[in-house]
Design a binder for this molecule. Structure first.
Ligand SMILES: *Cc1c(COP(=O)(O)O)cnc(C)c1O
Length: 358
């Protein structure tokens, strides 16, 4: 029996009718950009995260650039970012005028730690991007205690939670992506910035509309980067189901552990106090190439997402040359995502574990 790497279709099937109604409502309204659906979803999503403000933008990459600028990052500044993450986490920095400074991760959690961040700080550090990778949670409070503002890249962590609160409420600001494969995904591109700092929210709102707060005077070079009404209306239907979907992801993670997968490969370790809504379930093994081809042969979906870390990508050579990150290299060499979704069944988990064992 084949098992897909992820399944975004099945959880959305029961919502088809409701989503159709939401789309119809927007078509009838004839408001497509920055209307009532976006305002309502901004308030609902920020409320879900435990933040005071939400600012809808076009995608999760723009969200990072705009949030950094709203936090005051600009020319001559440095922004610390992990190298083991999706490329966009670092790509979003140079457009602000700042330079990325790559830091290491803990290969057990795949996230940055206060120690790995501290090693990358300089007097020019203006912000740290703490990526909640794979739905695990970076220790935001410990990093902020180093005295540097933290932007959470929570693109993979919608639905995760921790003793300290949800991602989106832990740093100075946070960014989300609603790309279709994310834990909360729309039918196109979409993104959000959340923050409880009024000034950051205000500046982000201005930046997403061409650097203008009143649409007639232009104080800054900004962006045309908005979440649209159709996507916001669709996301409003989905948001009430995010917790149940996240419980499904956590249950699948438990099933992997109960089925003995941890005796065969290294399992991802939840960060202290975290209950990750696993976006990807990423295991590690020294002979991962063999595992990868065996799983592919058994029609078990699997994928190495970040085999070449960002600091070694050619576009980043100006900032990545000479950087050495041991934890990053270990994770890059040994990681493999295996099937994970809100609806992954125990039978499918057993199938995957049996294939790994073979
Ligand atoms: C998906 C993702 C992004 C970018 O989001 P887009 O909406 O695709 O622009 C940024 N950071 C991380 C960690 C991501 O997974």
């Amino acid at each position: 029996m084949a098992v897909e790497l992820f399944d975004t279709r099945t959880p959305l099937e029961p919502l088809r009718e409701e989503i159709r109604d939401a789309i119809e409502r927007v078509l009838d309204s004839e408001r497509y950009i920055l209307g009532p659906e976006v305002s309502a979803f901004e308030a609902e999503f920020a409320g879900y995260c435990g933040a005071a403000h939400g600012v809808g933008v076009a995608n999760g990459t723009d969200a990072i650039t705009i949030a950094l600028r709203a936090m005051g990052v600009g020319e001559g500044d440095e922004v610390v970012v992990p190298s083991f993450t999706f490329y966009a986490s670092a790509e979003a920095i140079p457009p602000t005028g700042a330079t990325p400074v790559f830091c290491d991760i803990d290969p057990d959690t795949y996230c940055v730690t206060a120690e790995t961040v501290r090693a990358a700080l300089t007097p020019r550090t203006k912000a740290v991007i703490a990526v909640h990778l794979f739905g695990n949670l970076a220790p935001v409070a410990e990093i902020a205690a180093l005295g540097v503002p933290v932007l959470e890249d929570a693109a993979q962590a919608a639905g995760s939670t921790s003793a300290a609160g949800r991602p989106g409420s832990l740093g100075s600001a946070a960014t989300f992506s609603f790309f279709p494969s994310k834990n909360l995904g729309c039918y196109g591109d979409g993104g959000m910035i959340t923050t409880s700092e009024e000034g950051i929210a205000e500046r982000a709102r201005t930046l997403r509309f061409h650097g203008s707060h009143d649409k007639v005077t232009y104080e800054q070079i900004g962006y045309n980067s908005r979440l649209d009404e159709l996507q916001a209306a669709i996301l409003r239907v989905q948001l009430p189901h995010l917790d149940a979907w996240s419980d499904g992801r956590r249950a699948a993670g438990r099933h992997y552990a109960e089925a003995g997968l941890g005796e065969l490969v290294k399992l991802p370790k939840p960060a202290r106090g975290a209950q990750p809504a696993w976006h990807l379930y990423v295991v590690a093994h020294p002979d991962v190439k063999r595992l990868e081809s065996a799983l592919a042969g058994a029609e078990i979906g699997c994928k190495a997402y970040y085999r070449t870390p960002i600091h070694r990508q050619s576009a980043m050579r100006a900032w990545g040359a000479g950087v050495e990150l041991a934890g990053t290299e270990q994770a890059a060499r040994t990681h493999l995502a295996i099937p994970m979704s809100p609806v992954l069944t125990r039978e499918q988990v057993d199938e995957v574990v049996a294939a790994v064992e073979r």
